[in-house]
Ligand binder design. Sequence first.
Ligand SMILES: Cc1cc2nc3c(=O)[nH]c(=O)nc-3n(C[C@H](O)[C@H](O)[C@H](O)COP(=O)(O)OP(=O)(O)OC[C@H]3O[C@@H](n4cnc5c(N)ncnc54)[C@H](O)[C@@H]3O)c2cc1C
Length: 302
Amino acid sequence: MLRHTFLYLSRQKAVQRFLLASAAARRVADRFVAGETLSQAAAVARELNSKGMLATLDHLGENVSTAPQAAAARDCYIETLAEIQHQEIRSGISIKLTQLGLDISEAECAANLEAVVQCAEETGSFVRVDMEGSAYTDRTLTLIKQVREKHRAVGAVIQAYLFRSEGDVRDLVSRGITIRLCKGAYNEPPSIAFASKADVDRNYAHLMRILLSNGVYHAIATHDPKMISETCRFAAECNVCKTAFEFQMLYGIRTDLQERLAHEGYRVRVYVPFGREWFAYFMRRLAERPANALFLLRNLLR
Ligand SMILES: Cc1cc2nc3c(=O)[nH]c(=O)nc-3n(C[C@H](O)[C@H](O)[C@H](O)COP(=O)(O)OP(=O)(O)OC[C@H]3O[C@@H](n4cnc5c(N)ncnc54)[C@H](O)[C@@H]3O)c2cc1C
């Protein structure tokens, strides 16, 4: 309920204007965002590498409304891939299709995605296509499947809160497409998504078992200690070795757990967002956890 209210408020223009102008909001957002520039994000990724972890760089931005903005996002990702290669960073990239123009033209978005994935393939890197709200699920999966027929360096994200996800998982794994499994961060109606945490967690564990049983390298993206221990237990029970999958977590969240898992020999990849368009990403992180929203409120009132 709080999450829905919060996501609703964050879409109101007055709230956006107020928070974007607030130094206190910016300070709180800094906990979740690596910086405004590529060089700041690259420094964070190098630091993660030095601790035995991998990274995926996300140049923040979504729902662009013009073709030049989408082309600029594509070029920024191509520059990011070149920097990853140049600095020999162990990192991929994470992108959103609405940042590459999905709201403008599907054909243009497909061309932008293909250009980025081709570059990732040539530089030995990887493109994970983030999953956005349910209005985009079908189009996102279709474009990924289309590009994956020509290039291997692309993977999908599946959200455990959607009823449809088991079908999508089975379809993607039958094509050998790697999946990042997450719980889901958008405001979805009860007609298409589980509303309670218990149901989402049950489906998450169910989908995790399908992924770990099918031989493709997948990513288990969560900070939830219960989901993580269930994954470790299931992997050990089924003789799935620690390097046959990876855990993924977000920059600034449960750093202790990230380091502990890496220390125990699991592969851990940290999602590192950077750039100036931090607002929508930050709002999703606040909505996930009431304590974050209260922390922001306390900072605003100080
Ligand atoms: C690498 C990665 C990529 C993702 N990509 C996508 C995507 O493409 N599409 C999408 O819809 N969602 C994505 N998500 C977000 C995901 O769907 C969840 O909203 C988010 O991860 C919170 O769920 P959880 O699995 O951590 O479990 P929860 O049950 O929500 O949280 C478990 C515990 O994790 C910690 N925690 C979780 N969230 C926060 C937070 N914001 N601040 C502080 N502590 C927190 C708390 O200790 C909490 O008790 C991604 C998540 C990760 C880790």
